[in-house]
Design a binder for this molecule. Structure first.
Ligand code: AMP
Ligand code: MG
Length: 503
């Protein structure tokens, strides 16, 4: 236990600075820009634990100086990462960390590596025309969004803290600045490789791929033949992307801006902008109001995952084989696995959501018919699945509270009859099934209106709602009857909420 007499620097972590060591053209050394009077907003014990940081001591001693970027910890060599990306289907050229500065990467006592990054810490060589800052609103959304997905067990970057400053930031209106500390094993993106490919820096692909493989995939690093090693790595990226998209679909999560610069090579949910959890189920739901064409609508995410992987695989083709034709063939073969991986992952999650223990023909159809009915009735995605867990398999039993989520109760009852038939004897133990379903159908998700309330209170200087909401979303599968209000349908005022990319 540390005490108040601790004299070691709280931030004297085991800094490795692999980004700085790799250097140009992948990483550029960049100091954060100091900001006026930073103050603490929230600090996350869970993420502190990943980094072996004593959260209590951080709160006591203050973390705003370091996590604003005003004081760089000794031993850390801050960098900005250079990447590009396809934005809304078009190659956008160089983007890069325009406002995110990675202090460095550390290794914890368990040997796990984490990048620690300050988002909104000032301009970098990649800021283009923008100010290098982030606003409190978007920083709170990223904090809550990433911790909500983590609570659901979905791979994501994490949020260690938020630091605020009254420095003005100009968006659609004047807002105040914040710096979010983002933590992830790696923040390398599909676009990190695309940047090198489009710049014809083909010889720069391997060092970045090696950096990712050596740091995060020791099994793959052990493969002797280089092309074979890179193919195994690409197969892994494809597999984790398929799993990640299936995870999103199964909780009604929409990322909102699935550009290739926002796609993690570790299969982490990355870059929280106008993301959202669905309230009433609408397969065509678009959470980003600037996405008129619905390119990143909920039901497009599985196909977008493949499209983005196509861009990634194209960029790393030179690694896959010595001859171009062989590389293209290898790349195509690897991509072919996506559809099957995605379907298997999605169906497994949906079967679990229905409480099914085994696989039978017709399961996909059963899921589809439920979703159709939910869409026709505008049934709430989260509440409907949660309610299903409380329904008895006994055909004589009431369908409540599940049918209560539907306007057309007969349609809900008709589907329930099919579901009960399918449950048969295998999963008929209501108690056990309810228990299982509780662990896969969350009661609490970060509905937009909940995030909005936390933001508005934070903007008024009260951060307790962020803490309260975070505490609930850390264990979204638990009943938490004292917080039942947070599982309610959105109030009327929330229906008009629109989210833009501005952050
Ligand atoms: P995002 O929409 O946050 O994923 O950002 C897309 C690109 O724009 C990335 O290269 C960001 O670093 C950059 N960017 C976004 N906002 C800012 C900002 N305020 N200052 C500098 N760069 C930014
Ligand atoms: Mg981004």
């Amino acid at each position: 236990m540390s005490t108040i007499t601790d004299t070691t620097d709280l931030w004297a972590l085991d800094w490795r600075n692999r980004g700085a060591a790799l250097g140009e053209p992948w990483y550029t050394r960049q100091q954060p820009t100091a900001i006026k009077a930073p103050y603490p907003v929230v600090f996350n014990d869970d993420v502190a634990a990943l980094l072996d940081i004593d959260a209590e001591r951080a709160r006591r001693e203050g973390y705003a100086e370091v996590l604003s970027g005003n004081r760089v910890p000794e031993g850390a060599l801050p960098v900005a990462h250079r990447y590009g990306g396809h934005q809304f289907g078009v190659w956008a050229g160089q983007l890069g960390d325009g406002r995110a500065i990675t202090l460095g990467d550390i290794v914890n006592a368990r040997g796990q590596s984490y990048d620690i990054q300050l988002k909104g810490a000032g301009k970098t060589p990649y800021s283009r025309f923008a100010d290098g800052r982030a606003v409190l609103r978007s920083t709170v959304r990223e904090y809550l969004g990433s911790e909500a997905l983590a609570g659901l067990g979905i791979p994501t970057t994490r949020a260690l803290a938020i630091v605020g400053s009254d420095a003005p930031v100009y968006r659609e209106t004047v807002e105040t600045a914040a710096i979010g500390t983002r933590v992830a094993p790696s923040l390398v993106r599909f676009g990190s490789f695309e940047m090198l490919f489009y710049n014809r820096q083909f010889d720069r692909l391997a060092p970045l791929a090696d950096h990712v493989i050596e740091t995060h995939h020791p099994d793959i690093a052990a493969i002797g033949d280089a092309c074979e090693r890179y193919r195994a790595w690409v197969a892994h990226v494809i597999a984790v992307t398929a799993e990640l998209v299936a995870d999103w679909q199964a909780v009604g999560f929409c990322h909102g801006v699935l550009n290739t610069d926002n796609m993690s090579v570790l299969g982490l949910t990355l870059d929280y902008g106008p993301f959202g959890f669905m309230d009433s189920f609408n397969p065509c739901w678009i959470c980003n109001h600037t996405d008129d064409a619905g390119r990143y609508a909920y039901n497009q995410q599985p196909a977008v995952g493949l499209w983005n992987l196509g861009r990634f695989v194209q960029a790393v083709l030179p690694l896959l084989a010595d001859q171009p034709e062989a590389a293209v063939e290898a790349g195509q073969n690897l991509l072919e696995a996506y559809r099957g991986s995605y379907d298997r992952a999605y169906q497994a999650r949906m079967r679990a959501k229905l409480g099914l223990l085994d696989t039978a023909e017709g399961d996909a159809d059963l899921v589809e018919r439920l979703l159709k009915r939910m869409a026709a009735n505008g049934a709430d995605f989260t509440r409907t699945f949660r309610a299903l867990g409380h329904v008895s398999a006994d055909p004589g039993a009431t369908g409540a509270p599940f049918v209560d989520e539907f306007v057309d109760r007969d349609a809900a009852h008709a589907w329930l009859a099919d579901w009960r038939k399918r449950l048969g004897n295998t999963a008929a133990d209501d108690g056990q099934r309810a228990q299982r379903m509780r662990l896969t159908n969350p009661k609490y998700v970060l509905r937009n209106y909940l995030a909005q309330a936390a933001i508005e209170q934070a903007q008024a200087g009260d951060c307790r709602e962020i803490e309260r909401l975070h505490a609930i979303l850390r264990r979204p599968f638990d009943e938490q009857p004292e917080h039942a209000d947070y599982a309610r349908l959105p109030p009327d005022w929330a229906r008009g909420l629109v989210l833009s990319c501005s952050s």
